[in-house]
Write a protein that binds this ligand. Structure first.
Ligand SMILES: NC(=O)c1ccc[n+]([C@@H]2O[C@H](COP(=O)([O-])OP(=O)(O)OC[C@H]3O[C@@H](n4cnc5c(N)ncnc54)[C@H](OP(=O)(O)O)[C@@H]3O)[C@@H](O)[C@H]2O)c1
Length: 381
């Protein structure tokens, strides 16, 4: 400062720079400022550091405040050149891993060895539900991996889906909090309404619609609060989905999990057509039609494609589902099968467009739904 109290321009650091250097720095400064403003304007979280020391990774942020931790975990910083000395957070575009480990019928401790094998092999997508009665055991196995240096796995590396039990339809928020506690996680990647009706209520009861809509409101609130990253439904028909689409929350970007296999897939396709523009993500389960695919009545067509492509029959069907754009859930207690299923994204292009169309046509011989049927649940009050 000069004796007049004004900055003496000749002592200003920029005066030591050549003109070119000054303008280069000035533009870098403007660039940082612009990015900073854009991020604030778009509501992105920004970690500002007063020094050039690297920022903590989001996973290092303690989870004392669930919401804050959740937000932080969705972001990973990246270094930004420039002269301000702060670094900005970038949201990771974490889409659902295309192959998920199914855990239905792996109750309590039975899930542990399967999940350990699966994570070691590279599975990062775990599908559970309150009614599978294995959330606590899944939570324990995941903690083992966090604690192990060998795999370097943190919460944000995993995609965990759980579901609101039909028994808990009247208390959705409590049910979600219980699932979070059992899984020892501050947030779920995906939370689904498991079934469009309340357990022990007649499928024809108009009360089911009220419960579905209320549960959908609660799930939307939970997403806003950061307790879940994505929400959706399972076993909903077009009509059940239409009810939700007409609420103030709508169904944009929702996930739909449903039975899908060569004998029953047209309802899934219809949902996608009817709600085109809502950006729904479809996840298939029971892709092996509860074992029918492995039985003697497996269509010759699938056997032929398997022989020609040197894939297994299961890989042919899983590849067909992936080629149709659906994420897939498969359960296996066999390590070789776990590997084969995880490899689907690498082998699925072995199938030709003609193979896909031919498999599509299998259901023309008669649709066969194998699991519970939501079409029996009344949709209009
Ligand atoms: N939202 C819902 O209402 C709902 C309903 C049902 C299921 N699901 C979810 O979807 C998951 C998958 O469905 P799921 O468990 O019913 O049955 P699935 O995955 O369709 O079939 C499991 C059976 O397929 C066999 N298998 C798996 N991979 C194989 C391979 N590569 N080769 C040969 N056999 C193979 C398994 O035997 P091995 O152990 O011998 O491999 C097991 O017997 C469930 O675990 C659950 O997470 C959701």
């Amino acid at each position: 400062m000069s004796s007049t109290g004004r900055t003496n321009i000749s002592q200003h650091p920029s005066s030591r720079c050549s003109n070119r250097m000054f303008w280069r720095q000035w533009f870098a400064y403007q660039e940082d400022l612009l990015t900073f403003s854009l991020l604030i304007w778009s509501g992105r979280e920004i970690h500002v550091s007063s020094s050039s020391a690297p920022l903590r990774f989001a996973k290092d942020i303690p989870s004392t405040n669930t919401h804050q931790a959740t937000e932080a975990r969705e972001h990973q910083h990246f270094p930004l050149h420039g002269i301000l000395g702060f670094k900005m957070a970038r949201e990771i575009c974490a889409s659902i891993p295309p192959v998920g480990l199914g855990t239905f019928r792996l109750k309590h401790d039975a899930v542990k060895p399967v999940l350990r094998d699966a994570i070691r092999l590279g599975y990062r997508h775990i599908d559970t539900a309150a009614i599978y009665r294995n959330e606590a055991e899944i939570g324990e196995v995941i903690q083992e991996f966090y604690a192990s240096d060998e795999y370097n796995i943190a919460r944000e590396d995993l995609w965990i889906t759980s579901k609101l039990s039909p028994y808990d339809m009247a208390t959705p928020r409590n049910a979600l909090l219980k699932s979070l506690a059992a899984l020892q996680t501050p947030y779920l990647d995906l939370y689904l309404i498991h079934w469009p009706a309340m357990a022990r209520k007649p499928a024809s009861s108009p009360e089911n619609k009220r419960l579905r809509l209320e549960a959908w409101r609660v799930l939307n609130e939970a997403r806003k609060q950061g307790l879940v990253r994505h929400i959706g439904v399972s076993n909903f028909t077009v009509e059940h989905l239409r009810e939700l689409s007409e609420t103030e929350w709508g169904i944009k970007d929702a996930f739909v999990q449903m039975e899908i296999h060569p004998w029953y897939w047209r309802d899934a396709a219809e949902i996608q057509t009817v709600f085109e523009g809502h950006n729904l993500s479809m996840v298939g389960y029971a892709l092996l039609a509860e074992g029918k695919l492995m039985a003697d009545d497996c269509p010759e067509l699938i056997e032929d494609i398997a022989q020609r492509t040197s894939l297994t029959k299961v890989q042919v069907v899983l590849s067909w589902a992936r080629k149709r754009g659906w994420a897939i859930l498969v359960k296996s207690e066999n390590e070789t099968h776990l590997r084969q299923n995880l490899d689907i994204p690498e082998v699925m292009d072995t199938l030709t467009a003609d193979d896909i169309s031919a498999i599509d046509e299998i259901s023309l011989g008669g649709e066969e739904k194998r699991c519970w049927d939501p079409r029996l649940v009344k949709w209009s009050a």
